[in-house]
Write a protein that binds this ligand. Structure first.
Ligand SMILES: [Zn+2]
Length: 329
């Protein structure tokens, strides 16, 4: 009898543990709403996304403070066209994600040849002046695409790669508004419409889109820095590449993204928009450029701006003015 009692106690404890884990998971559900959005992630996930983490993404890119590196070669996306590869799409309530199957690799950009693309997804705004996660000289763009890859040379699977140093590489493409539809987006936009009202479990096969056609054509001009995933668990093992040239999207095509919905915490179906994290502090990190950007007009500091360069240049300006004034008198 006592053996059965012990068994019952063990089952009860295991059951309670499972229930409390479930409860914790629910409490830790993140999103982009006020109560679970990016400004709360530091509190919700202090060890992953909190203030003590010093290589978080996205960042503010000030083109007058980047370091030019000559050695970066241009980036291309390579796959064997006669081999099997396919795409499927889903709306997981946080973004629209395109899963990529098959050996599709990023080549160049000092990344080697082993970074294998596994998915691409998007961040967009409810208005044209917001939506992107990275900001360049203070400017946000209405849409940003992230092409996510892992180092398939060092790691056999994505799961293994998650714990490795610089084991992920993300290509970021910023979009600006064009008057005409961008025809390379047609297939993608059609697929986005199909998942507009779907949930995370509805994964739909879509026609193949050449990933190279989705990124800008000038792939030798980009910014590079060490960062993290921009959503929990905010893993700090991402090599970021942000293309300088922009892709284009028409207002009508952008509306298809804004026409996606998700279920909020009250169970209501609401538009999925403004799914972006603001820039995070650089904490002394360098941002490199594969080209020499034109000098930027000094921009007003924004969230996450590393203000040290602004303070330094202000000091230089004040000292210069004092010196000029002394000479004058
Ligand atoms: Zn992203």
């Amino acid at each position: 009898m006592s053996g059965i009692k012990v068994m019952l106690w063990i089952i009860a404890i295991v059951f309670m543990t499972i229930c409390s884990t479930d409860a914790e998971d629910k409490a830790q559900k993140w999103g982009y709403d006020k109560e679970d959005g990016p400004l709360r992630w530091g509190k919700m996930f202090p060890d992953e996304c909190g203030e003590q983490k010093h290589r978080q993404s996205p960042v503010y890119i000030n083109t007058s403070a980047v370091t030019f590196i000559e050695d970066f070669d241009q980036i291309s996306i390579v796959y064997q066209k006669n081999h099997e590869h396919k795409m499927s799409i889903l709306n997981n309530g946080e973004t629209v994600k395109v899963k990529v199957e098959g050996q599709v690799n990023i080549v160049g950009g000092s990344l080697g040849e082993a970074y294998r693309i596994i998915q691409l997804h998007f961040h967009w705004g409810s208005e044209d002046d917001q939506g992107s996660e990275h900001k360049i000289n203070g400017k946000a763009y209405p849409l940003e695409m992230h092409m996510v890859s892992y180092d398939n040379g060092r790691f056999a699977t994505l799961q293994e790669a998650l714990s490795g140093f610089n084991s992920l590489a993300v290509l970021s493409t910023l979009f600006e508004i064009s008057k005409e539809d961008n025809p390379v987006l047609d297939t993608l936009i059609h697929a986005v419409e199909e998942v507009a009202h779907k949930g995370p479990n509805d994964i739909i096969d879509m026609d193949w889109v050449d990933p190279q056609s989705l990124i800008p054509s000038k792939t030798n001009h980009f910014f590079r820095y060490d960062g993290s995933l921009t959503t929990p668990p905010c893993l700090e093992n991402v090599i970021w590449t942000v293309f300088s040239e922009k892709q284009t999207i028409s207002e009508a095509q952008l509306e298809r993204f804004r026409g996606c919905f998700y279920q909020n915490n009250d169970g209501e179906e609401v538009p999925l928009v403004d799914n972006f994290r603001p820039p995070q502090p650089l904490h002394g990190r360098e941002i490199y450029a594969s080209f020499q950007p034109k000098a930027a007009v000094p921009a007003a500091p924004v969230d996450g701006t590393d203000s040290s360069s602004i303070v330094t240049s202000s000091l230089v300006l004040i000292i210069g003015m004092l010196a000029a004034a002394l000479r004058f008198f």
